[in-house]
Every structure is written in C-alpha cells, then in structure tokens.
Design a protein around this ligand. Sequence first.
Ligand SMILES: Nc1ncnc2c1ncn2[C@@H]1O[C@H](COP(=O)(O)OP(=O)(O)O)[C@@H](O)[C@H]1O
Ligand SMILES: [Mg+2]
Length: 205
Amino acid sequence: MERIGKGAEADIYLEDSTILKERIKKPYRIKELDLNLRKTRTKREARLISLARRAGVPTPFIRDVDNQKMTLEMSYIEGEQIKKIIEKFSEEKRYKIFKDIGILVGKLHSKDIIHGDLTTSNMILKNDKIYFIDFGLGEINNNIEAKGVDLLVFKKTLHATHHKYEKECFKAFLDGYTSEYKDHSEVINRLHIIERRGRYFTERF
Ligand SMILES: Nc1ncnc2c1ncn2[C@@H]1O[C@H](COP(=O)(O)OP(=O)(O)O)[C@@H](O)[C@H]1O
Ligand SMILES: [Mg+2]
C-alpha cells in the first residue's frame, strides 16, 4: 500500500483503485476526546459523502467504514485537484468550472448539507466532472449562517490560493449557486454580513 498523502488529520493510502483514509492520533488532544473526534469524523464523513452523492454531487463511493481503526475505504478518483490546474485553464474554462462548483454547492445546500471545508484541494476534476471529497468537517444544518460560512471558506481559499482569479472565479461560482439554490440570496446576504463582522473584529482587536 502506498501512502499518497498526509493531511493535518489523516494519512491517505492508495492501493489498486481504493483510497484508505486513516484518521491519525493527535498527541496534543486528551486521549478520550481524540478518540471521540476521530470516530465521529470518520462516521460523519462516510455518511455525508453518501448523502452528497444522493443530492447529485459526484463523490467517491464508500466501500467500508471501520470505527475501530478510524478508517474509511473509498473509490479512488483519478483526476486532478482543481487547485493544481486552475492556472492551466482558459478564461472560458475557468468560468465553466467555477460555475459548476457553484451548482454543486447549491445542490448540497438545497439538501442542508454543509461541506465544512470547501477548498479547491477538496475538489477533483475527472473527465470534466467535479468530485467533492473530504467531508470530515461537514454536517447537516439548515441554518443560513452555516451555509454562509461554507461560502466564506471557499471565498477565502480563492483569495489565498488563486488571488489573480479570485473575483472572476467567485462570480462564476455565485452564478452557479444562484441558478441552483432557491435560498441563494439569503445565504449570499449573510456571507456579506459575516465578512463585515470579521472586518469589524479585525479592526478593533
Ligand atoms: N477518493 C479520493 N480519490 C482521489 N484522491 C483522494 C481521495 N481521497 C483523498 N484524496 C487525496 O488525498 C488528499 C487528502 O485527502 P482529504 O480527504 O482531503 O484529507 P485531509 O483531511 O487530510 O485534507 C486529497 O486532497 C486528495 O489529493
Ligand atoms: Mg482535504
């Protein structure tokens, strides 16, 4: 088995066409809490990945969940992280990709699925289809606030990693989101409120 990734929380192994995601111990966390968090996130991720697919969002297939070993087995999506290929796209292609991402997030939010870590590292392009992975920080939540925070995380990623294209990409994203999700304006308004709130805090403290 080949280790292909080491995230903040998990080791990722690849064998044949199967990904094994193993949530690793965090020595700085109290033991019981650590066990609990890893268990909850493993279970939650498996559940949300399946729910997301049912909502019409491409995700890996879950093959096995082991709550003792804190592992998740899923199909390997052999493609490229959006993060790594943005630079190669033409402007039209970029628009299309980010609009599609907006549509997919709209599908999640229509079903009250919060991804929790909407970054371009957690989206994989394969055969012109975008797959979402890494739902370990997600939840089911119908609050406008939770959905607004989901968008904020995405917007901040664009700012941090794709600064040059931030504006056009986020606009394309919102076009898709708006076309797919009926409560889009409430969430987008909330996003702006949260952003103002953030600025208020950084200015004062
Ligand atoms: N099912 C999968 N198919 C293809 N690559 C994957 C898959 N799951 C994880 N990866 C790769 O491993 C990396 C880390 O996995 P991820 O689930 O995002 O965990 P982390 O919480 O460490 O970010 C991803 O960014 C991706 O490159
Ligand atoms: Mg990730």
